[in-house]
Ligand binder design. Structure first.
Ligand SMILES: [Mn+2]
Length: 276
């Protein structure tokens, strides 16, 4: 790691998703600490940054949520290339795909090229909820049914939104049924990998299921950057193109409040913990 300033980490690219700002569960203090201590050339926000669904039901927004937004915009202003790929919880931004807000570019999905020349498809991942639901059938029925499942999922949730109902998240539903959750994650990974292969990418970077992971599946490098609700994880690209999944040490909200605002100096000796 290039440590010109010992209290900062430098990365070529950082990928984070599922911050769920606007909910009490968002680990904003840990996230602020991570954002303060890391600098990068390109920052990907891989969806579910602001939880618009939650905001409609119960508003939760304290100063730390503002701080996160300000910190992200400040990075963009200071020259970090910020790419925002909206997820299902902030899908209102999908209407602005291919436009820019200041220095923040909005994309429906993107291709990221690593320093060593590999192509990664970057997307949030919610479009595969429907696919995962019918995974076994789709294996038999093939491509057209597959696209149909993606279509159904999108319009099913669009209809729910029109009626003021929350996004129906298959992952959240199945996580309550532990045994099927394992099957779900496997199916999700397979669906995403399939999409990556379609785009002839070497790998895929996504979020959505709040399950950080990095491994090779059927010859495709599958990377899930996790979330900032439970895992406090990020995917980072080092200067040589190597990708690493990191887990940020969680500074609990109450501890942070006790200290006043979280101060990077008090955590200088913390190490990033590689998970694979
Ligand atoms: Mn999502």
């Amino acid at each position: 790691m290039n440590a010109s300033t010992p209290s900062k980490y430098w990365f070529r690219t950082v990928f984070i998703s599922d911050l769920h700002l606007g909910t009490k569960q968002s680990q904003t203090h840990a996230l602020l600490e991570f954002l303060k201590m890391s600098e990068c050339e390109t920052l990907y926000l891989v969806g579910d940054i602001i939880d618009n669904w939650a905001l409609k039901r119960s508003w939760y927004w304290d100063q730390s949520h503002n701080d996160v937004i300000q910190k992200l915009l400040r990075k963009a202003r200071k020259g970090t290339k910020v790419v925002f790929i909206p997820g299902n919880h902030d899908e209102m931004f999908r209407d602005f795909a291919n436009s820019s807000f200041g220095n923040v570019r909005v994309r429906r999905r993107d291709i990221h090229r690593t320093a060593d020349g590999k192509r990664y498809l970057v997307l949030h991942g919610d479009e595969f909820d429907g696919v995962v639901l019918y995974a076994r059938w789709l294996a038999y029925l093939g491509d057209r049914a597959y696209n149909w499942a993606i279509f159904i999922n999108r319009h099913f949730n669009k209809a729910r939104r029109m009626f003021g109902l929350p996004y129906w998240s298959l992952s959240a539903y199945l996580k309550r049924r532990v045994k099927r959750a394992v099957e779900f994650i496997g199916n999700f990974e397979a669906a995403v990998v399939r999409q990556a292969r379609k785009s002839s990418a070497d790998g895929v970077i996504c979020g959505h299921i709040h399950t950080p992971e990095m491994r090779v599946i059927d010859g495709v490098h599958y990377c899930n950057d996790g979330d900032w609700v439970e895992s406090c994880s990020a995917l980072v690209e080092h200067e040589n193109g190597r990708l690493e999944l990191i887990h940020w040490p969680i500074l609990t909200q109450s501890a942070a409040k006790a200290q006043g605002s979280p101060n990077a100096n008090t955590h200088r000796d913390r190490r990033l913990v590689p998970t694979s």
